[in-house]
Design a protein around this ligand. Structure first.
Ligand code: SF4
Ligand code: SF4
Length: 436
């Protein structure tokens, strides 16, 4: 069997076995939910409700007229208790709508379109936007924008990311196994919107069962499956495009430059639910794992549920837990509070112990070049570390710093345990600020 791959990358310990065979469980619906008015890349939304308002489940509660925005919806029926600035899992604090659940589950009705083929591209894009769909592979880019590339870019391939290459995570894997038909139909809706014939679904070889089930279903729609070598970061857009299609996205450009749109499997499910079931994005399937929890799980959680409730449920050992992470261990975001809510981009919550982290102190670079070999973007991570130390941000730009996808592969392989990714992240933030 041909295995697709790319140059560079690493093989971190996977630890997927902690949850790979566990069915998705519905998590209890909390008494209070907190919906941040920012769950996408773009502008913060304006609240559409005020304190004291009664809302239905699925009702739109925040929106913006800004180009790069996607609305948010209530995940329960109940009463708006507060609208205030609260800790946000991505960074800092964000205006948040707090709703007290009345457990009546009264639903805000949206139209359902079983025969989606009869809808025009514009009608479908409107639904995708109104239902608050954003890329759930982690980037949270508004999906209606990604599905509407500039007219001068001819798209001939829709590439589906089913790689889920981050260690520990199994949410997408479980969705492909348990909701195969819906995921594939969601992909067909993407295809209909983009007007493309060729669809390739990339899945890493370590998800044998998902490959089998997806192949069976996708073949009914004439879609291809590309089995990918298990390697991190196989799910990076540019890596996926290179591996499966052998096309290279030029520096600073988007996949549409080479005729490709990439979407993820969880996003496909959201599109199915939005169009066919009239359901906005109010739930999220995520993996809760790490040696700091007693009972790792794959859970379907209402958006706005606080991490603390979930961590109590999986019996977190707070003494043992060294680091709490939203997402995977490589690209996930460290959390300093359990009082943050699940948002559309939460693919996992990990409670990592000392044993799972790198305990060694940083030493001087021995110029072994391992970080350069591991970099999937052909960059020079050791240079970034040096330049960041001397705050040479402009110099970092000359080494294509903004092409870095912050995958952390360089830090992972470095025998001297240099803080390479940290320097890169600071450098990118400084450079972006200078360019504004
Ligand atoms: S891997 Fe670490 S020690 Fe080796 S060249 Fe890169 S920064 Fe230096
Ligand atoms: S330089 Fe960036 S893209 Fe390259 S390995 Fe390091 S984090 Fe990944």
């Amino acid at each position: 069997m041909k295995l697709f791959s790319f140059k560079g990358g690493i093989h971190p310990p996977e630890n997927k076995d902690l949850t790979e065979n566990l069915k998705i469980e519905d998590f209890k619906i909390p008494k209070e939910i907190c919906i941040p008015l920012l769950q996408h890349i773009g502008v913060v939304l304006e609240p559409l409700v005020k304190v004291g308002d009664r809302v239905k489940k699925g009702q739109k509660i925040g929106d913006s007229s800004g180009f790069l925005s996607s609305p948010v919806h209530s995940s329960v029926s109940g009463v708006v208790k507060k609208i205030e600035v609260r800790p946000f899992p991505v960074s800092g604090r964000v205006n948040t709508v707090i709703i007290e659940n009345d457990y009546e589950e009264e639903i805000f009705e949206y139209p359902k379109y079983k025969e989606y083929e009869k809808l025009t591209k514009d009608e479908l894009l409107k639904i995708v936007r109104e239902m608050g769909i954003v890329g759930q592979g982690g980037a949270t880019f508004p999906t209606h924008i990604k599905l509407n590339p500039p007219k001068d870019k001819k798209i001939d391939v829709l590439l589906i990311n089913g790689a889920e290459c981050e260690p520990y995570l199994n949410a997408d894997n479980r969705l492909m196994l348990e909701q195969t038909e819906k995921v594939v139909k969601g992909i067909d809706i993407f295809r209909h919107i983009l007007g493309v014939q060729r669809v390739v679904i990339g899945i890493e070889e370590n998800k044998e069962e998902a490959i089998h089930k997806m192949k069976e279903e996708a073949s009914k729609y004439g879609m291809e499956i590309a089995v990918l070598k298990t390697k991190y970061p196989q799910g990076g857009e540019k890596q996926l495009i290179k591996a499966v299609l052998d096309r290279e996205v030029p520096s600073g450009k988007l996949p549409s430059e080479v005729g490709v749109v990439v979407q993820n499997t969880a996003t496909a499910l959201s599109v199915y639910e939005a169009v066919i079931e009239g359901k906005p994005v109010i739930e999220k399937v995520l993996t809760v794992s790490g040696l700091g929890v007693k009972t790792p799980k794959n859970l379907r959680v209402r958006i706005g549920t606080q991490f603390k409730e979930i961590l109590d449920y999986v019996e977190i050992d707070r003494e043992k837990t060294e680091k709490l992470v939203m997402g995977g261990p490589m690209m996930g975001l460290a959390q300093h509070s359990e009082e943050v809510p699940v948002i559309k981009g939460t693919s996992g919550i990990l409670a990592l112990t000392k044993k799972e982290m790198n305990p060694y102190k940083s030493r001087a670079c021995i110029t072994c070049g391992k970080c350069v070999d591991a970099c999937p973007m052909n960059l020079s991570p050791l240079m970034y570390a040096k330049l960041a130390r001397f705050q040479e941000w402009k110099e970092m730009d000359k080494y294509d710093l903004l092409d870095c996808i912050e995958c952390g592969s360089c830090s992972f392989v470095c025998p001297a345990n240099r803080p390479l990714t940290e320097g890169i992240k600071i450098g990118k933030a400084k450079l972006r600020a200078m360019k504004r």
